[in-house]
Design a protein around this ligand. Structure first.
Ligand SMILES: Cc1cc2nc3c(=O)[nH]c(=O)nc-3n(C[C@H](O)[C@H](O)[C@H](O)COP(=O)(O)OP(=O)(O)OC[C@H]3O[C@@H](n4cnc5c(N)ncnc54)[C@H](O)[C@@H]3O)c2cc1C
Length: 590
């Protein structure tokens, strides 16, 4: 029997990027807000101290900041005819656990999606005709436009202190920025990061080939910066222990370095860590949430009543909580009906590694950060003519040396010995003279890819695990092969002697790390028959429930997600503040 606690105005599930932003905004509205976070408290001085933050064994190999399978895991299979089995070690993606979420150990590349992304089905239909979209490809429009998102992208970028160069200021194209981006109202808050030799060579070579390179928009800071909340961050030192690590230098934007110093001091905010929400409670009509039930480390259950419930957990957890709570209609792959779990997508993480002559090239790749480097966007989304190609989509291409930790970053050219002194020599020769260029590409929704509750496996509390049914669709495999070949042309032109091309091929495997940019499952949209939440991220079925995270993406773009996730958090908070609170109930699109 759960112990019933005093009522709060708002309960927020999960305190990563999205939970922190929403909590701060709603506290400013005077609401009494409680956040329940599954993992522990984490902060820079105490948890990412410079004395041990760059500990590769602890954080990269043993994944100390990440979710442990013993806490909860997922089952996975490639198609509905297979039996899904549990992931016993997180591999393919690395969810966060604890205050800050995965935003603690993220890389910091901070894109805006392109205007076409938000009306993807309409865009492809208009440019290539309806027949260009395969029947089983369930891509759809988001129910809002880039122009509606612009002010919220701006807020997130200024919160995080993004370092970059605008490509399109109020419709005026800018030299040195991304020529394909949508119009932005003002420059990035900070100038671009400095560039090391590898990205410089990439950009020079790409420019000679006719591409238009630009600096990666980065939530690692190019200079000291105080954000609009009054929180100051430091300049990135290129220490090379960034992705998969907490930042010891206050240089990587995260909830800890941007929002929490302000939020934690607010008297109307309360955080309870090590508290895992089990479900959202509904009243007898099933149309109104009354609060949530959660469990703490004692194993005791608590009922937290609240007027407003906001799901800001990791995207898979948001979808799972919807299913466990009976909010919305679960997707049925056989009939194609139902929406919760539909349109689960991934990110096609393609890569080309070049091995250069060690006598001539020294990239010093250990100098780097998760979001330093140069990019091109000609191979992304619909920035090239797909007419003759037989696939849709593409990806953002970048040379971004994230660091070269001694245990995990030791590629050797094909044919090298795999052990002994021959391997050691190959490793020594190539450590400073290899360079990789990645293409983080789109993943388009397919009828056969979805999320539901596993019929067999449960977590430690007896709740069904989330079951992932996913494989790379034919369209995305073709796209991946194409963009990888194009990237290889650039790496060859840079002077690489040997090239290894790693496009994504079937079947999707849960074992090697690929990307934590899993998206979809509770798509947003203007049509309730194909979406779970409306364009304000409010549940169609239970209007006092909102969910924020990549779970609302109807499909994935050729960009990393967090810029868009952060902007959506601001947009949802704005809708709650300016409209929902004045008249609680379903929000009608303005
Ligand atoms: C290695 C890595 C690199 C990345 N690099 C980039 C990048 O360069 N650019 C980019 O755009 N994105 C990147 N990402 C993705 C980025 O981290 C996420 O998009 C972002 O963290 C999402 O924020 P969120 O608040 O939606 O969710 P999360 O960060 O997942 O936070 C959710 C929180 O909810 C908590 N929670 C979950 N379930 C429950 C429950 N039942 N009860 C209570 N609490 C719960 C979790 O513990 C977690 O703290 C990267 C991710 C990883 C892992």
């Amino acid at each position: 029997m759960a112990r019933k606690l005093p009522r709060k105005d708002v309960v927020i599930i999960g305190l990563g990027w999205t939970g922190s932003i929403i909590a701060n905004e709603l506290c400013d509205e005077g609401l009494d807000v409680v956040a329940l976070e599954r993992g522990p408290w984490r902060d820079t001085a105490t948890d990412f101290n410079i004395g041990y933050a760059p500990d590769e064994l602890r954080y990269n190999s043993r994944q100390e900041l990440m979710l442990r399978p013993a806490q909860t895991t997922v089952t996975a299979r490639n198609n509905a005819d297979q039996t899904a089995l549990p992931m016993r070690q997180y591999g393919s993606f690395h969810p966060g656990n604890g205050v800050g979420g995965a935003g603690v150990h993220w890389a910091g590349i901070t894109w805006r999606f392109s205007p076409a992304d938000f009306r993807l089905r309409s865009h492809y239909t208009e440019r290539y005709g309806a027949q260009s979209i395969p029947e089983d490809m369930t891509i759809q429009d988001w129910g809002l436009t880039y122009e509606e998102m612009e002010p919220y992208y701006d807020r997130f970028e200024y919160l995080a202190g993004v370092s970059g160069k605008a490509g399109n200021l109020n419709g005026q194209m800018q030299d040195g920025g991304n020529p394909f981006e949508g119009a932005r109202k003002r420059e990035y808050p900070n100038p671009p990061m400095m560039q090391t030799f590898g990205p410089t060579l990439f950009a020079e070579t790409a420019a000679k080939m006719g591409y238009k390179p630009f600096p990666i928009p980065s939530s690692l800071l190019s200079r000291t910066y105080t954000n609009p909340l009054g929180v100051t961050m430091g300049q990135c030192t290129f220490c090379g222990f960034c992705t998969n690590y907490g930042c010891a230098n206050y240089s990587k934007a995260s909830a800890q370095t941007t929002v929490l110093p302000i939020l934690m001091r607010k008297p109307n905010f309360e955080l309870r860590t090590l508290c895992e929400v089990l479900k959202v409670n509904l009243d007898s009509t099933g149309k109104k949430a009354t609060g949530v039930t959660y469990v703490d480390t004692s194993g005791d259950e608590f009922e937290q009543p609240a007027d407003l419930v906001i799901l800001c957990a990791f995207m898979l957890d948001n979808v799972r909580l919807m299913l466990l709570s009976g909010i919305g209609t679960p997707y049925d792959v056989r009939s194609g009906k139902g929406t919760v779990g539909r349109n689960f997508c991934y990110q096609m993480a393609n890569q080309v590694v070049g091995f250069f002559d060690p006598a001539k090239y020294n990239f010093n790749s250990f100098i780097g950060g998760g979001a330093t480097g140069m990019a091109i966007d000609e191979l992304n989304n619909d920035n090239f003519d797909h007419g003759p190609l037989g696939f849709l989509g593409g990806g953002s291409t970048r040379c971004a040396p994230i660091g070269a930790e001694p245990i995990s970053k030791r590629p050797t050219p094909p044919g090298s010995p795999t052990w002994g002194s021959g391997w050691k020599k190959a490793m020594r020769d190539s450590y400073l003279s290899n360079l990789s260029v990645g293409c983080e590409a789109s993943s388009y929704a397919n009828r056969g890819n979805f999320l539901d509750l596993d019929p067999t496996y449960t977590d430690r509390l007896g709740r069904p695990l989330m079951r992932i049914t996913f494989d790379f669709p034919e369209n995305d495999v073709k796209m991946s092969a194409y963009v990888t070949t194009k990237v290889a042309e650039i790496v060859r032109a840079m002077g690489a002697q040997t090239i290894v091309e790693n496009p994504r091929t079937r079947p999707w495997s849960v074992v090697p790390y690929q990307s934590t940019h899993v998206v979809g499952g509770t798509a947003m949209g203007a049509d309730p028959s194909t979406s779970v939440v409306n364009p304000y991220l409010q549940s169609w079925d239970v209007p006092n429930v909102f969910t924020v995270g990549a779970n609302v993406f109807p499909q994935n773009s050729g960009f990393n997600p967090t810029g868009t996730v952060g902007a959506l958090a601001y947009r949802a908070a704005d809708a709650i503040r300016s409209r929902y609170l004045k008249s609680p109930g379903p929000l009608v699109q303005a």
